[in-house]
Design a protein around this ligand. Structure first.
Ligand code: GUN
Length: 297
């Protein structure tokens, strides 16, 4: 049976580090990392995520703001807000929760954020820096969190075959970029599979590390996994469960029970990748504060 990678425990360790770094910034430089999370509209899942980000940043001693705009907010209103936040020296990190309502052009909003405040690493400048191996930008929170999960679990990707399922801008593509980098904790051989990949099993069976980020409930089955593989599950899917009070349960992109019998290490859902995303957002905010104040990071 696979050993569980406990994302909650690892995230907690990272939060402790972040709190220490925030305390040093206060003591030595009289600085407080500042994070603003912007929610446009009333999407229930986004509300939960935004509230968790606000709560955690407060706990860590950050300057923390949550700004909620009406679901009918115009592009003009959003861009004016971004402009104000870009100019505010208390604010080091700006995050606009995705997905926004349909009248909002997300690409334009991301482009409007000062790239030095882009703690999501969605801005083309930061994505480009990451791809060419520069370390003075940011890494996107979920793939960065997965790199940390591997590191804390003593899985060294160097020379291993990592197979990523999914090619989103938020997970699949940046994950590929981080794993393939010529760098400590990376150096993997990477294959990216996606919805148009033919005979996907042929690839996943070669994976020493498999990262499932395709957004399909329990997509990765045991017969697609090599014995001893490390399996990282990025999926969060609601599926009907009549026995649950809410009427649904959360499952990942991995058929957890059957894949556990084959993998050496596996992340659960919830409690695997999810907590790491917030931990890395907080780390990025501290880094943003340092960069904007000319402090070595
Ligand atoms: N929606 C789902 N994940 C994320 C994330 O990491 N950042 C933002 N801004 N929106 C999201």
């Amino acid at each position: 049976m696979a050993q569980i990678i406990d994302g909650k425990v690892i995230a907690q360790k990272i939060h402790e580090e972040t709190a220490k770094e925030a305390a040093i910034l206060k003591e030595k430089h009289n600085l407080q990392p500042g994070l603003v999370v912007v929610l446009i509209g009333e999407d229930p899942a986004s509300q939960v995520y935004v509230n968790m980000k606000e709560k955690k940043s407060k706990e860590l001693g950050f300057h923390s703001e949550k700004i909620v705009l009406d679901k009918n907010a115009t592009m003009d209103e959003v861009l004016k807000l971004i402009d104000k936040l870009n100019k505010d020296p208390k604010v080091h990190g700006i995050l606009v929760q995705s997905p926004p309502p349909p009248q909002i052009d997300e690409d334009k909003v991301i482009e409007a954020i000062d790239h030095r405040k882009d703690v999501d690493c969605f801005h083309a400048v930061n994505v480009g820096k990451m791809l060419i191996g520069k370390t003075d930008g940011f890494y996107p929170c979920t793939p960065y969190g997965i790199m940390k999960l591997l590191e804390y679990s003593n899985v060294n990707p160097s020379g291993k075959h990592a197979v990523i399922i999914g090619r989103s801008n938020i997970v699949g593509k940046p994950m590929m970029s981080l794993l393939v980098q010529k760098a400590k904790g990376a150096d993997a051989t990477v294959t990216v599979c996606h919805s148009r990949t033919k005979n996907m099993k042929e690839y996943t069976l070669q994976g020493d590390i498999i990262i499932a980020a395709i957004g399909k409930p329990e997509f990765l089955k045991a017969d697609m996994v090599k014995k001893g593989a490390v399996v990282i599950d990025v999926g969060i899917n609601r599926v009907e469960d009549k026995s649950a009070k809410t009427g649904y349960k959360l499952v990942g992109d991995v058929a957890f029970e059957e894949v556990s019998a084959k993998a050496s290490l596996i992340t659960p859902v919830p409690g695997g990748v999810g907590p790491m995303t917030i931990a890395m957002l907080m780390q990025n905010t501290v880094k943003a504060c340092k960069i904007q104040n000319g402090i070595k990071f």
